[in-house]
Write a protein that binds this ligand. Structure first.
Ligand code: FES
Length: 352
């Protein structure tokens, strides 16, 4: 074999070796060693208190309390839960870092890189190192650290378990009817533009026009921003006007529209994005999130995309002065599907 192919193991740069070892204060001064131990134990010891604080805040700080700071408006409970949970995790981290820096064994080693994979002898050696690591962690001697850590780590599960309560209680029919299945639309409520709250006259809408609108009674919630936001999220609508000769109106919905003016929920039935990308010519409404497309000229059925239900239609008429008003609330829940939803009133392909 040619000597050119011989492999030589050389260092690309000279091996600088290991720097001179400097003893840590905690290794040479027993008082510093005890201080380090107390520091680590204090970090771990504070964690259960913070976890308990988390639980207390969760149950006793009212959800209605809010924090206003530099333009931020947020529920006080969320702020405190975040602070207490975050600091608890931070203290576990700080305690672990200080433990490693000041107390664990301080032997410096260097090792040549070698091919991946290990033989039985190497595995035995690794096991030995694990045992040596346990010995170096000083846990057998530093019982206080071990005990506080044993309490600190399990206590972190407490906040996680408590927040699982937010997933319940299971919403029964009554709860659903009072929350996600009803909006503030009702018979006689005027349709108003969503920014200026101006009533909309049927004769003012041109064929091909789309208007983003809201129920007039949303103004009654001005004093309560959270309630207003929740109501708006469900009651937002779009109004479109199409040539009646070009659209299909089921017999059961004949009086849900006014001369080709139809009103639909603005909330996509896929996962709830607000929609208003309107193609006048095809009467299609396109959701920008995942491209679900609804045919507003055919009762809002889905013609493309992941949405599983047609867009809910709001029955409308006019008052004595020609302004658009709702005939009732939506007849089906608006927004994304959910497990218990009754879909028997959805418009699919037939007339219902
Ligand atoms: S939210 Fe509309 S398509 Fe996904």
């Amino acid at each position: 074999m040619s000597s050119d192919l011989e492999v030589t193991h050389t260092h690309p740069v000279p091996d600088p070796g290991i720097e001179e070892h400097v003893e840590r204060w905690a290794d040479v001064d027993p008082a510093a060693s005890r201080r380090a131990e107390r520091q680590v134990a204090a970090c771990f010891g504070a964690v259960p208190l913070l976890a308990l604080g988390f639980v207390v805040v969760y149950f006793f700080v009212p959800k209605t309390w809010a924090v206003q700071f530099a333009g931020l408006h947020a529920p006080a409970q969320h702020i405190w839960l975040g602070l207490l949970g975050g600091v608890a995790i931070l203290l576990v981290g700080i305690g672990a870092v200080q433990w490693a820096r000041l107390i664990m064994g301080d032997h410096e080693i260097s090792e040549e890189r070698h091919p991946a994979g290990s033989d039985p002898a190497a595995r035995d050696e690794a096991l030995e190192e694990v045992h040596e690591g346990i010995a170096q962690s000083a846990l057998p001697r530093r019982k206080l650290i071990g005990k506080t850590l044993m309490v600190a780590l399990p206590s972190l599960a407490l906040p996680a378990l408590v927040t699982l309560l937010d997933m319940g209680p299971w919403p029964g029919p009554g709860t659903r009817a009072a929350t996600i299945e009803r909006t503030i639309w009702a018979e006689g409520v005027h349709l108003v533009t969503d920014v200026t709250y101006k009533r909309i006259k049927a004769v003012d809408m041109a064929v091909g026009e789309l208007v983003n609108a809201a129920p007039e009674n949303i103004k009654n919630l001005e004093h309560d921003p959270a309630a207003k936001a929740a109501a708006t999220a469900k009651a937002a609508i779009i109004i479109v006007r199409m040539d009646p000769a070009t659209i299909k109106i089921p017999a059961s919905r004949k009086d849900w529209q006014v001369d080709g003016i139809l009103c639909y929920s603005k909330i996509c039935t896929h996962v709830g994005c607000p929609i208003s990308l309107w193609e006048q010519q095809t009467h299609h409404l396109l959701c920008p999130c995942h491209q679900s497309t609804f045919d507003l000229g055919n009762s809002g059925v889905v013609v493309f995309g992941p949405a599983a239900r047609s867009l809910p239609q709001l029955p409308i008429t006019t008052d004595s002065e020609g302004y658009l008003v709702a005939r009732s609330d939506f007849t089906v829940p608006v927004g994304p599907s959910y497990f218990e939803r009754d879909s028997s009133h959805d418009y699919k392909n037939g007339d219902n």
